[in-house]
Design a protein around this ligand. Structure first.
Ligand SMILES: [Zn+2]
Ligand SMILES: [Zn+2]
Ligand SMILES: [Zn+2]
Length: 356
């Protein structure tokens, strides 16, 4: 793996992870935020994440095994791999961040620090062809429980001030492509997007006396941008989406912490994710998407957001304008996107719970 460092822009709070200088030239760029650990496997049929290939990754720190309706959280011992897992977690073979000693430090305006952290891969299902859009609800619930467990553990580690959770579903996803997985990457500082949301939330609370996300849930419920509502969650196309067909999944009750989500809520979230992602797949011809959890950091500090999941379908590429000016061009109004996604998601939900 390449050692990497975290650089800050000369002026503004924009951070970039780049390989440290002596790690150059391995051709293993990992800055795009998805597909880590698989890039060098594109030309071979062997999948690192399939059962039987456990020895090709680092030992699992957690392997969930189901037995008689119960589950166990196990881990690999030296050369002894847990078999028949339904979810498997291990350190990435091509990590974006590292806990290895690193010398990259520097001051403004060329600020840099080691990109310190943990990068785990959560394999979402043993079957290679199972995707985040078509896997059973129970399996999604298993994945969420494993993520919850790992997030708690990661926050107990030194120099972990934020745990980011994100996934990409590839163009070649499904049977011909990448094995579905979710990345957990930790950072020593809170990422700028989370800071911005937290600062704006705090200001809103001071001004209005309410949480902006709670407000949003109330405002959008049964409105033209809502695509699906379950007992505990709502899915909406946001008012100002930066991507066509972007949607967010938000807990209806105020909830800053993902760790305190209950088993019942996990099951409901699994239903919501499966239905909305299935609806997206069916409406947009199996499109590529990114999915990210926006959570409050769980270490003692005052940074707080009402947590949510953001889904960014990738049907068009940003054309440089967005990057250049921070103004996004989106040729699909969220009201129209919701018109498409709403019936498709509801159909998926009805079929998932066996209602016609
Ligand atoms: Zn596979
Ligand atoms: Zn709230
Ligand atoms: Zn957000």
């Amino acid at each position: 793996m390449a050692l990497s460092e975290l650089r800050r822009d000369y002026l503004v709070d924009r951070f970039v992870v780049v390989p440290t200088e002596d790690a150059h030239g391995n051709g293993n760029g990992h800055g795009n935020g998805n597909g880590n650990g698989h890039s060098h496997k594109k030309h071979s049929k062997l999948c690192l994440y399939c059962p039987g290939n456990e020895h090709l990754t680092s030992p699992a720190v957690l392997a969930m095994v189901q037995k008689d309706g119960m589950y166990q959280m196990l881990s690999d011992d030296e050369g002894n791999y847990v078999k028949d897992w339904c979810v498997r977690v291990f350190p990435s073979n091509d990590p974006a961040v590292s806990t290895a000693p690193n010398v990259a430090y520097g001051e403004q305006p060329m600020y840099r620090e080691p990109a310190y952290g943990f990068h785990y891969v959560v394999v979402a299902a043993p079957e290679h062809a199972q995707t985040l859009s078509n896997m059973p609800i129970d399996q999604w619930a298993n994945v969420l429980l494993v993520i919850q467990d790992r997030v708690k553990w990661l926050y107990s580690q030194k120099r972990v001030n934020y745990v980011s959770i994100f996934a990409g579903y590839g163009k070649n996803g499904g049977s011909n492509g990448e094995h579905s997985h979710i990345n957990l990457v930790t950072f020593p500082t809170i990422p700028p997007t989370i800071m911005q949301e937290a600062e704006a939330s705090e200001k809103f609370m001071d001004d209005v006396g309410a949480c902006p996300m709670c407000d949003l849930v109330k405002m959008e419920s049964n409105g033209p941008r809502e695509i699906l509502s379950t007992q505990n969650f709502t899915a909406v196309c946001p008012w100002a989406p930066t991507y066509p067909y972007e949607f967010w999944i938000i807990p209806k009750r105020h909830a800053p912490s993902f760790s305190s989500v209950t088993q019942m809520e996990v099951n409901d979230l699994a239903l919501m994710l499966r239905s909305s992602l299935g609806g997206l797949r069916n409406s947009l011809n199996n499109t590529y998407f990114n999915l990210a959890f926006h959570l409050s950091p769980e270490k003692k500090n005052n940074v707080m957001i009402h947590w949510h999941i953001e889904v960014y379908p990738q049907i068009s590429n940003w054309a440089g304008f967005e990057r250049a000016f921070g103004v996004y061009m989106n040729n699909v109004a969220p009201e129209h996107a919701a018109e498409i996604l709403k019936p498709a998601s509801r159909k998926e939900l009805a079929e998932s719970v066996g209602v016609k």
